[in-house]
Design a protein around this ligand. Structure first.
Ligand SMILES: *[C@@H]1O[C@H](CO)[C@@H](O)[C@H](O)[C@H]1NC(C)=O
Ligand SMILES: *[C@@H]1O[C@H](CO)[C@@H](O)[C@H](O)[C@H]1NC(C)=O
Ligand SMILES: *[C@@H]1O[C@H](CO)[C@@H](O)[C@H](O)[C@H]1NC(C)=O
Ligand SMILES: *[C@@H]1O[C@H](CO)[C@@H](O)[C@H](O)[C@H]1NC(C)=O
Ligand SMILES: *[C@@H]1O[C@H](CO)[C@@H](O)[C@H](O)[C@H]1NC(C)=O
Length: 469
């Protein structure tokens, strides 16, 4: 009994400690594919197409399958923008999802080609196994882009499209939008998207913004709205230089990037990448498509001015906020009182440019580390203050980090809806009744067994006494 108590004490201490056990899920020098032929594989290597495959995002479906995004930023010839992770002879491989065909990029890109997936950075998988694919559009094409950014909602269980919503130019500009990341309020069918913005035309300012998307259900049309456009909370900070491991990237200007929804779905957090500020807003205001823009701007709260910049952000259903730290090559955990500590200690070798965060639904946080700083130095041919990506070593990592059983921010809500109060009371009443019955039965049997002989004698004596009176 004492041993059990001690074990339980240690277990709860371990659950409370911020450092989680770190496991490698997969690593690569460059992401490699489960090609359908050796010819395709040879082409991928000889044409150096592997240098265009940049691993960015990771999310898991409820059966534990991992999905990975590889945004097409350098070439339309990158084999896919979205894939499943599979293992072939123990080697991690990308398997384009939903299919090779849907990931195929027809060249030249047609202006009305909304049936293919062009470039995916941020995406999400909700508790109903709906995959929310944020397609940036073919943004590497000469601007203005010939095709439009869109959101595809895909049913993973039945492997079929639920809805495709093409953003109009007033929501996401083909010219200067950069749709970065997405969080989903699955019970309200609302998604919040960060647009990092690009610089274009007469504007020397980024076109950063947030986008609110409402999925139409029961025949209603879906709708989307662009808010906080070119607001300071969605812009880069010109006085801040992005630092990552030993790189300094003064030319990097990226607005609203990391985005996270609180577990009660009441608060949205986000941060520009080239800045240290973390912002929040109440979703009651944000999700109401009729809230005036001025009211939204007035409701933006500066949560914290940090000492580092983040890419991925997320909240777990334990209520804690997790932030990647680019400067420190680490992942931080922020408690509600503002107290922040490392979940993953600084590790430039293994966690350089911690990018996206996800959940494996088995109590672990998923982290992609991808050396974006080195990749950008390579693709932009930068050398000063910059280390270029070296394909002779491991550059891309998918890690799982123990969270003491916590799951995604979305999973609190779905558990509550699956178990309404009446069901909990009902189950409690029925199991209470069953336990009481078993207890009484056990008590009665024990009493009978223990006192079978003497008690019957006493009873018989009593009866005899009674009858003789
Ligand atoms: C990469 O993964 C392999 C196993 O697939 C492992 O042996 C190796 O140590 C890993 N490298 C790094 C740098 O983590
Ligand atoms: C999933 O759907 C796509 C598009 O319809 C199809 O090409 C693909 O073969 C399907 N995958 C599976 C595993 O059925
Ligand atoms: C991709 O599209 C091209 C035409 O643009 C076609 O030649 C090629 O066969 C397609 N590949 C796949 C895998 O569907
Ligand atoms: C930009 O960064 C500076 C410090 O580098 C800070 O004082 C200022 O408040 C920041 N501006 C915004 C809008 O966050
Ligand atoms: C990269 O920069 C170096 C030196 O500045 C130059 O010699 C080289 O041609 C450049 N390469 C490309 C692809 O622009």
């Amino acid at each position: 009994m004492l041993a059990l108590f001690v074990v339980l004490c240690f277990a709860s201490l371990a659950a409370a400690a911020p450092y989680g056990e770190i496991h490698l899920v997969a690593n690569w020098s460059y992401p490699d594919y489960a090609f359908r032929s050796e010819l395709e594989h040879t082409h991928y290597l000889s044409e150096k197409l592997y240098q265009t495959t940049f691993l960015a995002g990771v999310k898991a479906s409820s059966d534990g399958t991992l999905y990975l995004s590889t945004p097409r930023w350098s070439s339309p010839k990158t084999p896919s923008a979205l894939s499943r992770l599979i293992f072939a002879n123990g080697e991690p491989r990308l398997d384009p999802y939903p299919s090779w065909e849907m990931n195929n990029q027809t060249i030249p890109i047609l202006s009305d080609d909304d049936s293919h997936i062009h470039s995916v950075l941020g995406f999400e998988i909700d508790p109903f196994d709906r995959l929310w694919i944020l397609d940036q559009g073919p943004w590497y094409a000469p601007h203005p882009m010939p095709s439009r950014p869109k959101l595809i909602i895909w049913d993973l269980v039945h492997n079929k499209s639920i809805s495709t919503f093409v953003f109009g130019p007033e929501v996401a500009s083909a010219e200067n939008s950069f749709l970065n990341d997405i969080v989903v309020d699955a019970t309200r069918n609302v998604a919040y998207i960060s647009d990092s913005g690009l610089v274009s035309g007469d504007h020397d300012q980024l076109n950063g913004a947030l986008i609110v998307f409402k999925l139409g259900t029961n025949g209603a049309a879906s709708s989307a709205r662009r808010v906080l456009a070119r607001h300071f909370s969605t812009e880069n900070n010109d006085t801040y230089t992005v630092e990552a491991a030993d790189s300094r990237l003064p030319w990097m200007r990226t607005g609203a990037d990391g985005i996270a929804l609180s577990a009660d779905r009441e608060t949205l957090f986000w941060c520009p990448l080239s800045a240290t500020s973390l912002y929040s807003i109440k979703t009651s205001l944000l999700s109401d498509m009729s809230t005036p823009e001025a009211d939204l701007e007035a409701a933006v709260t500066l949560v914290e001015q940090r000492s580092y910049a983040s890419d991925g952000l997320t909240v777990a259903n334990n209520g804690l906020l997790y932030l990647t730290s680019l400067r420190d090559s680490s992942v931080m955990v922020r408690y509600n009182d503002g107290h922040t500590m490392p979940l993953v200690p600084s590790d430039p070798q293994r966690f350089q440019w911690p990018d996206t965060l996800g959940f494996d639904h088995q109590g672990n946080l998923l982290v992609v580390a991808n050396r974006l700083n080195q990749y950008l130095c390579l693709t932009n041919n930068k050398t000063e203050g910059c280390t270029q990506m070296d394909y002779t070593q491991r550059n891309f990592f998918v890690w799982s980090v123990g969270l003491g059983g916590a799951d995604s921010y979305m999973h609190t809500a779905s558990k509550i809806t699956q178990w309404p109060l009446w069901a909990i009371i009902c189950i409690a009443a029925v199991s209470g009744g069953v336990l009481l019955f078993l207890g009484l039965l056990l008590g009665y049997c024990c009493a009978r067994c223990r006192s079978k002989g003497p008690r019957t004698e006493i009873m018989q004596e009593g009866l005899l006494k009674a009858s003789s009176q």
